[in-house]
Design a protein around this ligand. Structure first.
Ligand SMILES: C[S@@+](CC[C@H](N)C(=O)[O-])C[C@H]1O[C@@H](n2cnc3c(N)ncnc32)[C@H](O)[C@@H]1O
Length: 288
């Protein structure tokens, strides 16, 4: 795109028409994003270590009753949860399509001899079998608000596949975005920054951000326009998020076959003010 394409851009954009997501799977972007994941002074990409420790403790003690199991982490990123779960005795398989994140997770597992395997793949079409396909998982999880970035039918299809990969009595853990998070995000208005280098480019650039809420489709879209300072070339990214009410989350999970669907305020089971953008959902695959 050039600057006149930018001026002539669609207002508002149709949901998903300008792309599915920010470029997690682009190797240089994923290197830059990994650095953000590992930063302890910002929770823009990942939470601080103590927060993840507390969430993993809840997951291990309250959700899994301290029993070791096989865990499938969908969109696992750099393995911050799988590594910790493996240190507690669980065997983990993570799937993510960000190359630097998966390389980091693999490196950590190798260095520490953790029972973790990782797969560089798109969760929308990856087989969820993992290393020991056929044995089944005791827990399948997708956290950090990721469920919403998939179209409704894709989310429903992934939940059905997660269901199939679990053993009878196996658990599901989701951490999707609250309805208000998606609506307010879409109504947030525009903003911009300039930087000599940042997440979207390693060159001096402007980053223009626009947000849109489509009340009819119930989808928010965030559009990023990256203007290169030297060439004025414009690169566009967009990510859309589906908005669900609590009742819709319950029916989505139940429709995949799960029972005992519970909506909780956060990944530590109780209100956590610092994590109020998402909620947690747990459910169980029926025994036999
Ligand atoms: C916010 S990060 C969360 C990482 C990890 N779950 C955590 O909480 O630390 C989102 C992750 O989702 C991954 N992701 C997004 N869409 C994906 C897709 N279609 N297939 C595989 N991974 C995907 C990204 O690559 C990124 O690592």
């Amino acid at each position: 795109m050039n600057l006149s394409d930018l001026v002539d851009r669609a207002l508002p954009p149709a949901a998903w028409a300008e792309g599915d997501n920010i470029p997690w799977d682009d190797p240089p972007f994923s290197e830059r994003m990994l650095a953000w994941h590992l930063r302890q002074d910002s929770d823009a990409a990942s939470r601080p270590s103590e927060k993840i420790d507390a969430q993993v403790r809840w997951l291990h003690e309250a959700l899994l009753d301290g029993e070791r199991t096989r865990v499938l982490d969908l969109a696992c990123g750099p393995g911050l949860y799988t590594s910790r779960l493996a240190r507690l005795g669980h065997e983990c398989h993570g799937i993510d399509f960000a190359p630097a994140a998966v390389a980091h997770a693999r490196g950590e597992a190798e260095r520490e001899g953790l029972a973790c395997s990782y797969e560089l793949a798109d969760v929308r079409n990856a087989a969820f079998g993992g290393r020991a396909a056929g044995e089944g998982f005791g827990l399948a999880m997708m956290i950090s608000g990721q469920l919403n970035v998939f179209r409704r039918r894709q989310a429903a299809q992934m939940l059905r596949r997660a269901f199939q990969t679990l053993v009878p009595g196996g658990r599901l853990l989701l951490e999707p975005q609250r309805l208000a998070t998606v609506v307010d995000g879409g109504n947030a208005g525009p903003s911009w920054y300039s930087a000599p280098e940042a997440l979207f480019s390693s060159r001096p650039h402007l980053c223009l951000v626009e947000n849109f809420w489509d009340g009819e489709a119930r989808v928010s879209t965030q559009r990023y326009l990256i203007v290169d300072a030297a060439t004025a070339e414009v690169t566009r990214y967009a990510v859309s998020n589906e908005a669900y009410s609590d009742e819709e989350y319950e029916s989505l999970v139940s429709a995949a076959g799960f029972e005992d669907v519970r909506l909780l305020p956060s990944l530590i089971g109780v209100e956590d003010e610092s994590q109020s953008v998402n909620l947690a959902i747990t459910a169980r695959k029926p025994e036999a």
